[in-house]
Design a protein around this ligand. Structure first.
Ligand code: FAD
Length: 374
């Protein structure tokens, strides 16, 4: 058994952990990152090419500041690496006037949004088969972000700044003592001042007792019925969230050279409380696809409702739909409970986690994601 020392160990290098590792390394912290799989793998929650990037976030007004920090950090990183991690196309929050996307986007603190009437929406976006009372809030700073490239870039940048990274290494235990913490793998033990645990759907396995529920949520990609039609290209069909009168909804974005039209269904009540080590990675056409295809046929009639690509994935829900990110005890900081909307915030959250770990004052209010709020 090899024994090592570090100031901080980050366990789990998906979206949240890779960003925390990068932001800790950027402060000159002696930091080690440990990831069970390859960096940028497809077995957790952070794969599948793209994610929606929204600034006027309906989930909580306080998220706007975190999304803006992600945007600033990714822009700066992209200038250094020559890669793009976020692409601003604008985004539509669609629904009835009292729907969550419309009211939530309007109350997002500090986001600059524009209202679209039903008629304006119908004229500018004829792809949508709208209900009579559907309107939209346009979020001009929104767009898409590139998931695996961002995770890989966070880790590469952290290494460039001095972090040590162990991919393909599983943490089997974390021993917390008053004077420090020991992170154990099958071959190595690392003693540190603090540990950041960011193991996504596996968070409760290393920090038992958290109110988290991993959910099986495949990713789906589609094509227009007329492959030559331009209506579903990203520039004409930017990212959107659309809530229906029955409380369900669709979200997604258009296609581009590197990816197809991505659409997902919100509000399907199944596959909750799964064990991430036993995740059903088969795709079951009737169970997984039928409800989404029916919703697409009804709401985007020019889109072929049969998906052309499907991949398994997981969301980890918290009781109030917000992350659990912050100090758990004197030696342990946690980041998880992504609740299906975390990727866009990961760089900003990584900065906040680094601030919390190094005992700086957080640059924005983080009480709504405090792990002890329940
Ligand atoms: C279908 C779907 C659509 C989504 N759409 C959006 C969207 O449009 N916009 C958006 O912002 N967000 C979206 N999300 C949410 C976003 O993808 C997640 O919030 C984010 O990926 C969560 O990252 P994470 O770091 O918590 O988890 P992960 O990326 O899974 O990272 C956890 C890591 O910990 C590692 N690990 C686990 N156990 C151990 C161990 N014992 N030792 C070492 N390593 C370990 C895992 O291998 C993994 O790499 C979506 C999610 C899904 C599933």
């Amino acid at each position: 058994m090899t024994s090592l020392r570090a100031d901080v160990v980050v366990v789990g290098l998906g979206a949240f952990g890779s960003a925390a590792l990068w932001r800790l390394a950027a402060r000159g912290v002696d930091v080690v990152g440990i990831e069970r799989q390859a960096i940028g793998h497809a077995f957790g929650s952070s794969h599948g090419t793209t994610r929606l990037f929204r600034v006027a976030c309906m989930e909580h007004p306080g998220l706007t500041a975190i999304a803006r920090t992600s945007l600033a950090l990714w822009t700066e990183l992209g200038e250094r690496t020559g890669e793009t991690y976020v692409r601003q196309t604008g985004s539509l929050n669609v629904g009835a006037p009292a729907s969550r996307p419309v009211t939530g986007a309007r109350r997002a603190a500090g986001a600059r949004t524009t209202d679209l009437s039903h008629d304006e929406l119908a004229e500018r976006f004829p792809q949508y088969a709208l209900a009579d009372d559907d309107i939209a809030v346009w979020d001009p700073d929104a767009g898409i972000c590139y998931a695996e490239p961002a995770v890989r870039a966070h880790v590469a940048e952290a290494q460039r700044l001095g972090a040590t990274v162990y991919p393909h290494t599983m943490v089997t235990a974390i021993d917390v003592r008053p004077d420090g913490v020991t992170v154990r793998t099958p071959t190595t033990s690392i003693t540190a001042e603090q540990v950041v645990v960011s193991t996504g759907a596996w968070l409760s396995k290393l920090v038992p007792g958290l109110p988290l529920s991993p959910r099986r949520t495949p990713l789906f990609w589609f094509q227009p019925k007329d492959p030559a039609a331009e209506a579903f290209q990203l520039r004409n069909f930017p990212s959107f969230i659309w809530e229906f009168a029955d409380g369900r909804g669709l979200w997604g974005h258009g296609s581009d050279e590197d990816f197809l039209v991505k659409v997902g269904l919100d509000g399907a009540e199944r596959d909750r409380d799964v064990d991430p080590d036993e995740l059903d990675r088969y795709i079951h056409p009737r169970k997984d696809i039928a409800e989404l295809s029916a919703a697409i046929a009804q709401h985007f009639p020019e889109l072929d409702p049969e998906p052309v690509k499907v991949m398994p994935c997981m969301v980890t829900d918290s009781p109030d739909g917000q992350f659990l990110a912050g100090r758990y005890d004197e030696r342990v900081v946690i980041a998880g409970g992504d609740s299906g909307h975390g990727f866009k915030h990961c760089a900003g959250l990584g900065e906040l986690l680094a601030q919390i770990t190094t005992k700086e004052t957080p640059s924005t209010d983080v009480s709504f994601v405090d792990p002890h709020r329940f």
